[in-house]
Design a protein around this ligand. Structure first.
Ligand code: PLP
Length: 237
């Protein structure tokens, strides 16, 4: 047994099973989908419990909460090689701490923010991994760049020296029936493949799929899923 928290350990085991079953059904190679554990609103002890079971990638939406959690996790287990993903909306006056403390930023949607992240990425760290967030369902109030603006933004972001653009991220509009997510998820895969064919052959990351729709997302080609509720339980509203 890897963790004293049997509940979290069991959730991680069954989630890993769900992911491998979906990967098999899609006839994709095992290990081709990375799990990002979305730990927002849960404390450092929950992160540590999963990290001790081998989970390495963690996603956070709120900067101040994330920094406090990283400090606590780092103090308790300084040698755990964790990868932190920023997945929430980015205010441009908050980019410095994101550039200094995170390994990935999945929610890049504006060139100005990307330029600041590149300029503020410390020289001793590897380039910051970034994904462009796409508003694939065309929701008026949703974050993300419109699909037809992806090529121009991708070219501009790829030219920034301290960023490594690795692909795309999306949060399709939630549906009661996850099967209804198929069209937007398929559209994301199409956009991703089109960009790879158009000169971004090194793109390796398509981040889509959450607790409710990860099977459909994997069927449609996700290489990274971001899961909160199915791991940690319901978040307090
Ligand atoms: C909260 C969040 C998730 C996780 O959602 P669940 O439904 O709890 O799995 C994934 N991605 C982003 C961007 C989020 O904000």
């Amino acid at each position: 047994m890897c963790s004293s928290d049997k509940h979290l350990q069991a959730n991680l085991t069954s989630l890993t099973e769900r992911i491998s079953a979906a990967v098999r059904r899609a006839s994709r190679p095992s290990g081709s989908v990375t799990l990002v554990a979305v730990s927002k609103t849960f404390g450092p002890e929950a992160v540590l419990a999963l990290a001790r079971c081998g989970q390495r990638d963690f996603g956070e939406n709120y900067l101040q909460e994330a920094l406090a959690k990283m400090d606590a996790v780092g103090a308790a287990a300084p040698r755990l090689p964790l990868s932190w993903h920023f997945i929430g909306p980015i205010q441009s006056n908050k980019t410095r701490q994101i550039a200094e403390r995170f390994d990935w930023v999945q929610s890049v949607e504006r060139l100005k923010v990307a330029e600041r992240l590149s300029a503020q990425r410390p020289a001793q760290l590897p380039p910051l991994n970034v994904l462009l967030q796409v508003n694939i369902s065309g929701e008026a109030a949703k974050s993300g760049v419109a699909p037809d603006e992806v090529p121009a933004l991708a070219h501009a972001v790829a030219a920034l020296p301290r960023l490594r653009l690795r692909g795309l991220m999306a949060i399709p509009e939630p549906r009661d029936d996850p099967g209804e997510q198929r069209p937007p998820l398929a559209a994301m895969k199409e956009l991703f493949d089109a960009q790879r064919a158009a000169g971004f052959a090194d793109w390796d990351t398509l981040s889509m799929g959450m607790s409710a729709d990860l099977e459909v997302a994997i069927e449609q080609g996700a290489t990274m899923v971001r899961v909160g509720t199915a791991l940690f339980g319901e978040r307090a509203k």
